[in-house]
Ligand binder design. Structure first.
Ligand code: ZN
Length: 152
């Protein structure tokens, strides 16, 4: 499938081979599991929240190159951000990979930075679920109950 080779850009391959923040942070107080049955991607996203801010983030699991690279790059892009900021990045990312950012697409791409490498995913609808799995899991973790209650 040569068209898929185009999609698997260098950055995506590199992140899938050496995912960043592939860990469970010691201070994890929120987590959620995500599963994409269409492809078999399965990840757990761990968050160390400090009030409304994502102090640390990690993920573990298995999946295709796109899902793993997306999870890796997601952790880099939301670490240190607030819940609201992370939500906004996800909205932009979602518009990008679903091809719905025609009018303000350039703006989304500029703000998304490196995440813009996933824009090619919009040509492969079945891959959109791979690219957004980690993000949906992040949202679930952000909304979820704290697993460990801080005594501070
Ligand atoms: Zn996948």
């Amino acid at each position: 499938m040569p068209e898929l080779r185009d999609l698997y850009q260098e950055v995506i391959l590199e992140h899938s081979k050496a995912p960043r923040n592939y860990k469970e942070p010691a201070g994890t107080n929120h987590k959620a599991e995500g599963y994409n049955p269409l492809c078999g991607d399965r990840f757990t996203v761990y968050l160390e929240m400090d009030g409304d801010a994502i102090r640390d983030i990690g993920f573990q699991g298995a999946g295709c190159a796109i899902s793993k690279a997306s999870a890796s790059m997601m952790t880099q892009s939301v670490k240190g951000k607030t819940k609201a900021e992370a939500h906004k990045i996800f909205e932009q990312f979602h518009r990008l990979v679903t091809g719905h950012s025609h009018e303000d697409g350039s703006e989304d791409q500029a703000e998304l930075g490196k995440l813009a490498v996933f824009s090619g995913v919009s040509e492969f609808p079945v891959r959109v679920k791979c690219a957004t799995l980690a993000w949906h899991t992040l949202e679930a973790a952000l909304e979820g109950q704290q697993e460990k209650v801080s005594t501070e």
